[in-house]
Design a protein around this ligand. Structure first.
Ligand code: ADE
Ligand code: ZN
Length: 326
């Protein structure tokens, strides 16, 4: 078995997947019709052709437009169930799923509707596949601190349905420290903490995510390699990085997968993991990310096994279950 075949077959956890980024163009069009939402694209093909991104913002503009078709509990269920079936086919046995409530509440959708649809899909995956999953509420960093606080407040009646909070959307110009007080409140509430940092933003944003937000995982973090002292700190603390190779390629963080920093991150002793980020937009789900990265970087069987193990080590699964996977 080649390292790529091994990667595809191993049980894995996925820790960096934006559920709104799993909306395939076909489902976007089906939901637009079901909900009578007008789309600025004539067809599925025309929408797909717009997926030629130059940076994070060029992607986010289309990603938020795609999410505009989501209105009802059944829409959130259908989206999440489609993802969970694909993840199961890729031998994902545990998924920690980001959702962006502000994208929906800004359109008048109740946050309880969003969470109910996602949770119902997660429960079905547990019942049908024995697959575990958890939800992580992400604050949109291009919006204000006050908006994040209001979102947290609105989510509190559903506190039992999500395990943690994250920080996503346009990175540059919106440093983690903008949300220090929101995350302090989240920590008081016992929520797990993750944050996107060092995708397009500088290593200093990773330091802020660690020091100001007390992030337990860094989402992306690939620009950490520009700061050797930071790399040493991440290795010492064993702070996981949830890396998304096809995302980095499609958003021009790297020009070629053969130049992707994954191998350097592993060589530096970091707890790096492979994830799909927004698979409907970036050309593949978890196994596509694994297979293409393993082939482009010529990763060994040992490195593949390390990546699969890291995915469980970095997860928020309870300690006893996690230990049984390592
Ligand atoms: N939201 C969805 N995907 C994202 C990404 N890759 N970076 C920041 N915010 C996002
Ligand atoms: Zn992301």
């Amino acid at each position: 078995m080649t390292p790529a075949e091994l990667a595809a077959r191993l049980p894995k956890a996925e820790l960096h997947i934006h559920i709104e980024g799993s909306l395939e163009p076909e489902l976007i069009f089906a939901l637009a019709q079901r909900n009578s939402v007008a789309l600025p694209y004539a067809s599925v093909d025309a929408l797909r052709q717009a997926y030629a991104f130059t940076d994070l913002q060029s992607f986010l503009d289309i990603y938020y437009a795609g999410a505009s078709v989501l209105l009802h509990e059944a829409d959130f269920f259908d989206m999440a169930w489609a993802y969970l079936q694909r993840a199961h086919a890729d031998h994902v046995i545990h998924a920690e799923i980001f959702f962006d409530p502000q994208t929906h509440t800004a359109r008048g959708v109740d946050i309880g509707v969003v969470i109910a649809g996602l949770r119902r899909a997660c429960d079905k995956a547990q019942a049908e596949f024995g697959m575990t999953s958890a939800l992580i509420l992400c604050f949109l960093r291009h919006l204000s601190e006050a908006d994040a606080f209001a979102t947290l407040e609105a989510a509190l009646p559903y506190r039992g349905h999500f395990i943690g909070v994250g920080l996503d959307s346009s990175e540059v110009g919106h440093p983690p420290s903008k949300f220090s007080r929101v995350f302090a409140r989240c920590r008081e509430l016992g929520l797990r903490i993750v944050a996107h940092a060092g995708e397009e933003g500088p290593p200093a944003y990773i330091r802020e995510a660690l020091d100001d937000l007390r992030a337990e995982r860094i989402d992306h973090g690939v620009r950490s390699l520009e700061d050797p002292a930071l790399v040493a700190e991440l290795a010492r603390r064993r702070t996981p990085l949830t890396v998304c190779p096809l995302s980095n390629l499609k958003l021009c963080v790297v020009n070629d997968l053969r130049e992707h920093p994954m191998k350097r991150l592993l060589d530096a002793g970091l707890c790096a993991t492979v994830n799909s980020d927004d698979p409907a937009y970036f050309g593949g789900y978890l196994n596509a990310n694994f297979v293409q990265t393993v082939q482009a970087l010529d990763l060994s069987r040992e490195q593949v096994i390390t990546l699969a193990r890291n995915s469980f080590e970095a997860s928020f699964i309870d300690d006893a279950t996690r230990a049984s996977y390592l």
